[in-house]
Design a protein around this ligand. Sequence first.
Ligand code: GAP
Length: 446
Amino acid sequence: MADTTLMDKLVSLCKRRGFVFQSSEIYGGLGSVWDYGPLGVELKKNVKDRWWRAMVHARDDIEGIDAAILMAARVWEASGHVAGFTDPLVDCRQCKNRFRADDPRIKGTPGQRDAQCPVCGSKGTLTEPRLFNLMFKTFMGPVEEQAAVVYLRPETAQGIYVNYLNVLQSSRQKIPFGIAQIGKAFRNEITPGNFIFRTREFEQMEMQFFVKPGTDAEWFERWREWRMQWHHELGLNPARLRWHQHGPDELAHYARAAFDVQYEFPFGWQEIEGIHNRGDFDLGRHQEYSGKKLDYFEQATNERFLPYIVETSAGADRVTLTLLVDAYREEEVEGETRVVLGFHPAVAPIKAGVFPLVKKDGMPEVATSLYRDLKLRFPSFYDDSGAIGRRYRRMDEAGTPFGITVDGETTSGRTVTVRHRDSMQQERVSLDLVGDYIAERVGGTL
Ligand code: GAP
């Protein structure tokens, strides 16, 4: 199977089954903005819930926050985004298209006579590169003037730094400790694409860990290990996960060291999470720009210092895409192609499908009542239409790990058939215990 075909098949399955739709589709769609449908929202929520559990609930040293998307414009001056969050772009004076200056399709040097436009083919029509800021800008209040400019945040991290003192004081944490946040971020990406991999509106799961200078390298290594373990526990194929270390030319302005968790997508190895040792850059800059002291007094040693930060920054949409790509498979079964999303049961959007074998002999009544009970415990789905094989196949495509069929033996012997998505094996389980049976298998670990 060609790799591009896999992405095409996945995009089409996501639409057909209600995982992901193009934004504003009936108006022709909005470029690189996507909406999550009924199954997609559950899948992505499971990713976020697992992250929150691992980061905030399972630990004593991390607090959660939910900061606003709109922040004071000075925040983005302090962070370096106003001056530095830019891509160099060139325009074609002939066809008016705009490209990144490093677009591999450009032949020659932009701004020079030898440069040829990759779209219209004209020579010598490309402008010199100009810097283009990736932040979305809007105005706050009724007047559209420079003083009223605000930005949609391009990362959630800054909401954490500016609340560092508030959280420290209100939670009575001591260094080392962390602050975690999940939320939307916006970037006016010039070359977005690959479905929900790179979009203009996306969600980040970021954690900033505040440590004593000198202990940062040690914490950085710990966080690297914990984060990779988290990805493994999502059920991802370990052979498709690896580390990529940023070389000196790749390091962001704030980073002393950076490693990416990469996944092998059909379009190549790509970053899904970044772990950064940010030193004292962030608190130092906010201290300078706000005029507010942000240093920390350590009572045990009687020392005062500006904490260093180790950041873990993952994209909720990217991890969701990773799960979809990793789970997709096609199998030949009895002369037909079976499409399966083999999600780990803990992340599957629907945990169990409930089916009456036929629509008579009291089976729909028993199945409906079972479905009502199960639905209160975990996401379940009721389906009584079509042949049972078809109903199983629909659940395979949705990635539902268990199918429960109410049949003739249910009324006589109070047992149901449990069908396993991956092996397609069936076993009989007591009607009264089937809820516990499935609950035990979909809980998952942190
Ligand atoms: N606070 C650091 C930071 O934002 P980043 O490497 O720019 O670092 C971190 O972004 C993560 O956010 C990436 O690993 C990726 O998962 C996600 N991300 C960044 N830009 C994205 C985009 N345009 N679309 C989807 N996810 C994106």
